[in-house]
Design a protein around this ligand. Structure first.
Ligand code: NAD
Length: 327
């Protein structure tokens, strides 16, 4: 939910977001396509049960082709009002048999992604003594710090909210850093966990960390230009939609009967997914974000080709065709 200035702006955003979901689900191996919805309006003024129930009826009218969940400005309590009108909804509270707040599993996936990146770039099996600068210590950032500290990493933290930084200093022994300095620190990993678009012409030359791996969505201001800039500078970039997929992996698990341990185990797969992407990027001399796009597109195309083939055949020919492929 966002106070877009026009319908055109909302449409552009929802198409960009739904494309992102498609790639995220494809590369994460989930049995989902990708979609997104936006509600136009000021969340502080317009939220109501009537609004969310109307939205729920709209989602229901799609008959299950689209399943909704929380995102920016949409809380578990809002989603529960949506759930009064449709079963095509995930992210309901754990009391109601759902998965609740996705941020701990998202952070777990990012932690696995940082481990994979440290292994690939620095050839270290452990995070002991590894330094990480976390920008944004909200829901995901603070859970991430907990996982990193428990593994022996040294943390620097910055947030526009000084109280959140103080809490992380007290709880996890993080060192407070200046807001405008956090990305410039001489550390092993820079973890953007605040807003998108931070990796741009101005900030990339200032980054000293050899690895960028964090939770924020749409980190590259321009995917092609800034992905290439990072590659040129020899910085290993963990594509955002790959490393932050723990949230959707978690809600997806609700469709199969929610089990927190299974969700966490599946989010651990982000480690292997990233290693495969890094290897492919190096072999083909392309950016890591281009490599993950290729892997996602290949999966989408191969599933589509199989489905198209199925649609052209009767059952008997289909069985022959599948057996033939098997040989
Ligand atoms: P959050 O709102 O809880 O935390 C974001 C934090 O960033 C806040 O503490 C905020 O004060 C801080 N912040 C904002 N601007 C900043 C700036 N310029 N410099 C430093 N700090 C700043 O959000 P979250 O749920 O932790 O999500 C963090 C990011 O991860 C977002 O980009 C989100 O889209 C992405 N993400 C989250 C999830 C999830 O499960 N919550 C899943 C996938 C992706």
């Amino acid at each position: 939910m966002w106070n877009y200035s026009s319908e055109e702006e909302a449409l552009r955003d929802v198409l960009r977001l739904s494309r992102g979901m498609t790639y995220k689900n494809a590369v994460s191996g989930l049995n989902l396509g990708g979609g997104k919805s936006v509600i136009i309006g000021d969340p502080k003024k317009l939220k109501s049960e009537a609004l969310f129930r109307t939205f729920g009826r709209f989602v229901d009218s799609l008959g299950g082709r689209y399943i909704t969940a929380e995102d920016v400005n949409i809380r578990v309590s809002d989603i529960e009002q949506v759930a009064l009108e449709t079963a095509y909804v995930t992210g309901v509270s754990s009391r109601a048999g759902g998965s609740g707040d996705p941020s701990p599993v998202t952070a777990w996936g990012v932690y696995q992604g940082i481990k994979a990146s440290v292994k690939y770039k620095l050839n270290k099996d452990s995070l002991k003594g590894v330094t990480v600068a976390v920008q944004g210590v909200g829901a995901v950032g603070s859970h991430l710090i907990e996982f990193l500290v428990n593994d022996g990493a040294k943390i620097y933290a910055a947030d526009i909210d000084p109280e959140k930084v103080k809490a992380n200093v007290k709880l996890y022994g993080a060192e407070a850093a200046q807001l405008h300095e956090i990305h410039k620190l001489n550390v092993d990993v820079f973890a953007p966990c605040a807003l998108g678009g931070f990796l741009n012409d101005q900030t990339i030359p200032e980054i000293k960390a050899p690895i960028i791996a964090g939770a924020a969505n749409n980190q590259l201001l321009d995917e092609r230009v800034h992905g290439a800039m990072l590659k040129e500078r020899g910085i290993l970039y963990a594509p955002d939609y790959v490393i932050n997929a723990g949230g959707v992996i978690n809600v997806y698990q609700e469709l199969c009967g929610y089990d927190a341990e299974i969700a966490k185990k599946k989010a651990s797969g982000i480690h292997e997914t990233l290693l495969a992407i890094y290897k492919q990027a190096d072999e083909q001399q392309i950016t890591t974000n281009a490599a993950s796009n290729v892997i996602a597109e290949q999966r989408i195309q191969s599933v589509k080709a199989m489905r198209d083939l199925r649609n052209t055949m009767d059952n008997q020919n289909w069985v022959h065709a599948v057996r033939g492929r098997g040989r």
